[in-house]
Design a protein around this ligand. Structure first.
Ligand code: MG
Length: 362
């Protein structure tokens, strides 16, 4: 099955409420979509969000990478020779992990469609359904408490609380949320690089001393502060999850071998797609380090690809795939069903998501 064209387009989906982290505020998902066409008429779809503050990828850079580098490199290649096409994709330009991820998932979509199977089964088939957390944006305490109570009312029993701007004052946010939602809701805390190493130890120990029972703390220190991450991990009991510090399989090897974090957050937009993400899964499995499957602000199209990987791989024990739950609308058909916290895999071949709301393919 030969690749005849790789097209790009753009989609825009409003969010239910603005998404706020220590790094940015966003009110809609405005992503690039890709469509890989083949000589047999089959089509595969992918998506890339311009998460400039994390990946460095912008709408313009994603479009340019696909149109000027990836398309010329891959057209004419055989989708079913996945190792060759994936290594070509990885090598046709450095960085640019988001456009690579969009094309990678479109290729996996085609590869699984050709075998008549849902992708998650071909990726290991570890489970049929997943439970995602829901992100609570950084806001004044009262609003974060209200948003958390609302999320629990929507059925979510795992919340991911964004903090990281105020050090010890962040403890008060978590304490207020814990009091409001009760003891049975799992709380994950994501500082998005917002604390120093010293601050992190102080804040996390304070949460431990107050018995707030935190499931994990995500990326407390800046991505480049490897020594700080390792220091924090060694100083606290709460599991530390590396997010912005791990993009590539090599990053994962470095973190895992040094025990600089307890858990690894895999996102397709950081790894450059499923092919590279599977390499992280192998390293993690060998070292007994569990992973979380995360996403950026993405629609159900690319989050479905992440869900297939998470459902396929048993080493991915936590799921943070709330992109679709944050969107106000879902124009797509087919693929995994996102119903509040539940993600239920279906038998649709490939990734399964169709009806992409894009009328400007080029
Ligand atoms: Mg994070």
């Amino acid at each position: 099955m030969k690749i005849t064209d790789i097209q790009v387009g753009e989609i825009a989906l409003p969010l239910r409420t603005p998404f706020k982290t220590a790094l940015r505020t966003v009110d809609a998902v405005r992503d690039v979509v890709v469509r890989v066409c083949t000589d047999q008429g089959a089509v595969g779809y992918g998506e890339a969000p311009p998460t400039a503050v994390i990946t460095g990828d912008t709408t313009g850079s994603i479009l340019c990478a696909v149109e000027e580098y990836i398309r010329p490199a891959l057209v004419g290649m055989d989708v079913m020779d996945l190792p060759a096409v994936m290594e070509k994709l990885a090598g046709c330009l450095v960085h640019n992990t988001s456009p690579k991820a969009a094309v990678d998932m479109a290729l996996y979509d085609l590869w699984a469609q050709a075998q008549g199977k849902p992708l998650f089964e071909l990726l290991g088939g570890a489970r049929q359904s997943l439970e995602t957390d829901l992100t609570i944006s950084v806001n004044p305490i009262d609003q974060m408490v209200a948003d958390s109570v609302d999320a629990v009312a929507r059925g979510f029993s795992i919340l991911k609380i964004k903090v990281g701007k105020e050090g010890l004052a962040d403890v008060e946010r978590i304490a207020a949320i814990r009091e409001a939602v009760g003891p049975h809701v799992a709380l994950r805390v994501d500082a998005n690089q917002g604390w120093t190493a010293g601050q992190s130890v102080q804040v996390i120990r304070a949460m431990e001393d107050r018995g707030l029972n935190i499931d994990l703390v995500e990326q407390p220190v800046p991505a480049r502060d490897f020594a700080g991450l390792k220091f924090v991990t060694g100083q606290v009991d709460t599991p530390i999850l590396a997010d912005e510090a791990v993009f590539s399989p090599d990053d994962a090897v470095n973190i895992i071998q040094a025990r600089a974090a307890d858990l690894i957050n895999i996102k397709l937009m950081k790894t450059g797609g499923i092919w590279q993400a599977l390499k992280i899964c192998r390293v993690a499995e060998q070292q007994g380090v569990a992973c979380m499957m995360g996403c950026m602000l993405e629609s159900r199209l690319s989050v479905a690809a992440a869900a297939h990987l998470a459902a396929g791989q048993g080493i991915i024990t936590r799921v943070d795939l709330d992109g679709p739950a944050l969107c106000a609308v879902d124009p797509f058909t087919g693929g995994p069903v996102f119903d509040g916290p539940a993600i239920v895999m279906t038998e649709d071949p490939g990734i399964g998501v169709k009806n992409i709301p894009c009328d400007n393919w080029r």
